[in-house]
Write a protein that binds this ligand. Sequence first.
Ligand code: B3K
Ligand code: ZN
Length: 875
Amino acid sequence: AEMHYLKDYRPFDFELKSTGLDVSIHGTFVDVTARLVMERRQDGDVQAPLFLHGEDLEILGIWLDGRLLAPREFLQDGQGVTFFDVPVSFELVTKVRIFPDTNTALEGLYRAGSMLCTQCEAEGFRKITFYPDRPDVMAPFHVRIEADRSLFPVLLSNGNPVKNETLPGNRHAVCWEDPFPKPSYLFALVAGDLACQKDFFRTADGRDVQLAIYTEHENANQCEHAMVSLKKAMTWDEDVFGLSYDLDMYMIVATNDFNMGAMENKGLNIFNSKYVLARPETATDGDFEGIESVIAHEYFHNWTGNRVTVKNWFQLSLKEGLTVFRDQQFTADMQSASVKRIQDVRSLRARQFPEDAGPMAHSVRPEAYLEMNNFYTATVYDKGAELIRMIHTLTGPENFRSGMDLYFARHDGKAVTCEDFVAAMEDASGADLSLFRLWYAQAGTPVLHVTTDWDEGKGRLTLHLRQDIPDTPGQKNKKPMVIPIRTAFFSRSGEQVLLDYRGKKDKEFLLVLRSKEESFVFDGVSLPVVPSLLRGFSAPVRLRIPLNTEELAVLLAWDSDPFNRWEAGRMLVERTFRQLVEDHRAGRSMVVPEDVIAAFQAVLENADQDPALAAEILNMPSEGELYHLLAAEKIAVNPLMVHEVREFFLDALARPLKTLWERTWYACRTQGAYVFRAADVSKRRLKNLSLFWLSRFPDTGFGWVERAAEEASCMTDRMAALQLAAHFHEEGSRRMLLDFEREFAQDALVMDKWFQVQALSRRENTLARVEELMGHPLFSMKNPNKVRALIGAFASGNPFRFHRKDGAGYAFLAERVLELDGLNPQVGSRMVSILNAWKTFEEPWRSEMKKALMHIRKKEGLSSDIREVVDRALA
Ligand code: B3K
Ligand code: ZN
């Protein structure tokens, strides 16, 4: 593999008129015949040879306009095949053999249990056949699939089924036609013995669409929630964006072996079964939420991604940022909007901010990649969604909708760029987004410094704003960005006050910072006010504003923006934590101030006003989140110290609230059958948060956990108790885990949870237990869900036990990465990225992490996925 650069982009010299595929499935191999009708583009290079991508393909024959080519008439290498002499228009037929059973990378065509399925994005289609495997080459597909009827009664591909054939030798074939021209990355094929749940959806203009969810037979009864979610998403997209589904059929296939969450192949989504299967006895509220949002995300791609696709992979955020924004808005409408926003920002800070500050930092529209799969990142997805959100804020909802309409009117059926999207928004809204475009090009998280000046005599308040954008690898001395800042002010007693800004009285203002420094002046400020800035997290920046405890307590209690209430709580915790860290380092005794405790106590006392928000506010930052906090302030991370200080803080906060937490636990018990609905979800969340706090008391803690486990009647409550139990050494803990294992040994998704809670255990022998669990009969390095549940959870979700001073955690991870390098480089690359933050740690952790990275780099023939990450981490 070689580096790809955005600046080198060139259109393809040929036009692909149509693609015909004939896929013949046999015992241990599959033969693929591709029929490509092509024409040389007159506006292209008329001398250019024809290059088709193709990897790991065994050539059975190549025909040009019906003539079998001799081997010297083309040139094959590891990347593909080149033809030096092709006519202006021609038909090229290739026949290749591939081996899905040995494909452990789960890219291209592979075996998943008894079924065969595909994953083509980003560049997997070239492992199926020779093809111009690039997103700007689009064609209508005609696919014929042939297989044994007993082993593979169900044969699926994109579009509409047009023909069935019965063949000799118990074989059969099905033909599919997808009339919408599409790039190869949206191709899909599934063959298997699958159960099918059917339903239908009537579109706004009265067409009936067949909906079908395919699963293994034993899971057929677990699709209801996914089906309901799909119909909700279809309705929402019609209501909010005026977008209806376009084919006669919408199919979803659930598979246990999948590298990520799901894939939006045209008309035939393929899903990790984790995001399809659910019932109350086996799925948690989190699972139900995840399914609803991933089903919606893949469905929304039908317009943002499929109908309008990307010109090249540098434009990935065109479809991913936009589709994440759309699924966020959907979830906000279906569930609690404030909780959704809080959780999204929390994950942005936990995953994207560190990425933006680390060795893999890249802009939302990256400039270069070695392995495209490494750029399906929090930056492209989640920061990309924040960019769309800022455009939404800057233009306003009506203009944003007009911009979307214009975008589809201009680009339907085409492969376009992020620039095309911004231009449509600009043209439809009249807003000037010229400076805004920098967000797509500049990496790094801007730091926004705010100071206030109050002239009591004049009744004038001035906000001084300044932005700093940190240097990132390959990018220095950046230009100021456009930062939309939703702003309001509160009196000391919590009223939102009316102020004058540029002659206009209002309660909320949209300030837009466009230069390095700027001051904003407000009049009519006769009493002291507390500013509430960046409301709803209106820009993906780090806000630095010196507010004291009293001011933060005002916002925490009274801010009319729920997000900023939560944010005030965070600021309070973070300030307290930093103070404790200083005390700890200076050898002073640590004290958590009374007024900090009182502020959180007030939240808990009033929890019934908004239990969901209270649960978010009282859910304290994890150790991992605190690492990021220190790293952002250039304080080297000492995992032992963070652990000790955080435990001290939690204890100090827990003690005075004990009876309140007990009362809350009782108050949140729900009666009756499990229903996945917002009101119940937030009660369960607050109840299980109470349990977390109660479990911390040394004498009574485990008793609470056992009792909660006994009366748990849904998986949400069971998991909450089991996860806490897994930290304890009590015999009861061992028994709970054993009983759980026995009860669910048949259910792969539930067993993932069982592996995960043990990987997350705070017991000091957790590393040894994780190693032991790798030998469990249900564990497999070949199954990505299992790898994530055990190894991923341990290395990224259990920092205290992973970041061992002796480096044993790192050595363990390095061995797993090397193992994955040979099996599944995409998953391996995700795992090795956990070490990217090595420079932010104190010694000896820092050197031990580096050692693990160097050990991995030594391996010869390292996959490009893992090599790219390791090289950049060590650069
Ligand atoms: N587009 C896919 C992700 C493909 C990842 C390839 N390594 C899922 C999604 O974002 O909807
Ligand atoms: Zn997506």
